[in-house]
Design a protein around this ligand. Structure first.
Ligand code: NDP
Length: 228
């Protein structure tokens, strides 16, 4: 079909990313999903659709992102930086906050977004929308001491979102971040309030409602703005 919107979603093999793929296909988008490990991507591989193309990509491996960039045949209308990790909900003094695990979180969540945008920028359509999946845990005014480094990573994601939005204003590219809600995934856990379907359906609807006047803003999954 002509004029299909094209969307690329990172971390598309499970959780919110996988459901974003399914909801985008329901909306008749042309969908590009990335995964980093084929063995952990059965559900993504099992989706039968001519509108879905999948690529191996690690958001902290520049070569793998460049490889995707070089293999894209259509410009992107939406670039969704969804891939992320959490080293745990402890504080700085807990064992889940080892130097290595803290570096990993900052690397994947912060630099993963930066590298994804840096190397896929040339694949963007004019008027494209870049969405960074952030979290309300990254809001600066808070009273929590848990998930210390994950919080910091998402605060950085929101800060980078603002910088990139300023950088790309002259090109009419919209750059925003979104909180997906508290979602039942491996990361969100079984007690979370939303299913992946409830989150992803609203997220896609909200992405479709984005326009350039929204650039630089942080949104909840339902499209309402959040102060950060
Ligand atoms: P999951 O843990 O279910 O999935 C994380 C996804 O990110 C997987 O596809 C994983 O791939 C991928 N990923 C991790 N590291 C890399 C990497 N280096 N390169 C490429 N892909 C990678 O998490 P969710 O679906 O819950 O989270 C998605 C996003 O939403 C994250 O950014 C998270 O921080 C954010 N978020 C989630 C909330 C929730 O309640 N669930 C709340 C607020 C924000 P693999 O299978 O290979 O590990």
């Amino acid at each position: 079909m002509l004029n299909k919107k094209t969307i690329l979603i990172t971390g598309a093999n499970r959780g919110i990313g996988l459901q974003l793929v399914k909801e985008s296909l329901n909306k008749n988008f042309s969908v590009l999903g990335t995964f980093r490990n084929k063995l952990k991507s059965k559900e993504l591989y099992d989706i039968k659709s001519n509108s879905l193309n999948i690529f191996e990509m690690d958001v902290i491996n520049e070569t793998s992102i460049l490889n995707v960039s070089n293999n894209l045949t259509k410009p992107l209308d939406y670039l969704i930086c969804n891939a992320g990790i959490n080293n745990g909900f402890g504080n700085l003094f807990d064992s889940d906050h080892s130097h290595t695990s803290m570096l990993n979180v900052l690397n994947v969540n912060v630099l993963g977004c930066v590298l994804t945008i840096k190397y896929l920028k040339k694949n963007l359509n004019s008027n494209a929308k870049i969405v960074l999946i952030s979290s309300t845990l990254g809001i600066q005014q808070h009273i929590g001491s848990n998930a210390t480094i994950y919080r910091a990573s998402k605060a950085a994601v929101n800060n980078i979102m603002v910088s990139v939005s300023e950088e790309l204003k002259s090109e009419n590219i919209t750059v925003v971040s979104f909180h997906p809600g508290w979602v039942r995934t491996d990361m969100g856990g079984a007690n979370a309030t939303l299913s992946t379907k409830e989150s992803a359906k609203e997220l896609i609807k909200s992405f479709e409602n984005l326009s350039f006047k929204d650039t630089g803003k942080f949104f909840n999954y339902d499209g309402t703005t959040i102060k950060f």
